[in-house]
Write a protein that binds this ligand. Sequence first.
Ligand SMILES: O=c1[nH]c(=O)c2[nH]c(=O)[nH]c2[nH]1
Length: 281
Amino acid sequence: MKIKLGENSYGKNAVQLSKIIRHPAYHEFRQVTVNVSLKGDFDEAHITGDNSMILPTDTQKNTVYALAKDHFKTSIEDFAIYLANYFVTTQPQVAASTIEITEHLYHRMQFEGVEHPHTYIGGGAEKRTTRVTKTATKVNVQSGITDLLILKTTDSGFEKYIKDKYTTLKETADRILATKCEINWTYGNLPADYTAQFNNIRELLLLTFAGHKSLSVQQTLYAMGKSVLEAYAGISEIHLQMPNKHHIPFNLEQFDIQNENEIFIATDEPYGLITATVTRE
Ligand SMILES: O=c1[nH]c(=O)c2[nH]c(=O)[nH]c2[nH]1
């Protein structure tokens, strides 16, 4: 039997980096988690244990901190592109490098409408993300949002689905729609300002969710993806993952109380998981 090495990559995961950017009037605080992954000529390392082509993952981690001083000044995308390019151009054995960055969001505290110069409040579970893959000739940039918790108390129903002998779910024309989205879009054209693009796309996703008369999570997911592709020609496709975070009407009839669609039990598991990629023809 012939055995051979298949596709492989290696790198450092979960590099935790915080940075203060000191502006004259205020401090900017940034916290990111960085994953580095390299592909290339690593056959000998696997087959014979020859490490002569291996840039240690410890060095990769150190490189993230060292390059952050001068090259993490704006968006996570700009930093990821710089890092990805650095590994490809300085290490001839590296054919492709992938940098994933997750940014933990902080907002400056506000007192009487005025932002405090150096004190922050956490932005909750929501995080901004990017994934950049660089080869000698190509760069692929995906950006997104994860753990974005959104909910609406009406304009959502789920009816006219298949009913068989195991169906117990009741149809509803008015339910809570709640989800914790993971959304990633791919840039066909790279924008000059990734943060402006991120803010615009996030706002549009929220606006579409809010305004949609939802017949299902599937329909709302598609509407959200479609709105982004229609508004931004530079986005080639968008992937959305939307778990259905069920809030189920609680049976108050057992206490002779009428539940007028007001009292629910939130159930974490099991949950419906709806995912799709929305793309261009
Ligand atoms: O929006 C929904 N889509 C489904 O596919 C589904 N299935 C289910 O039980 N509830 C829901 N809700």
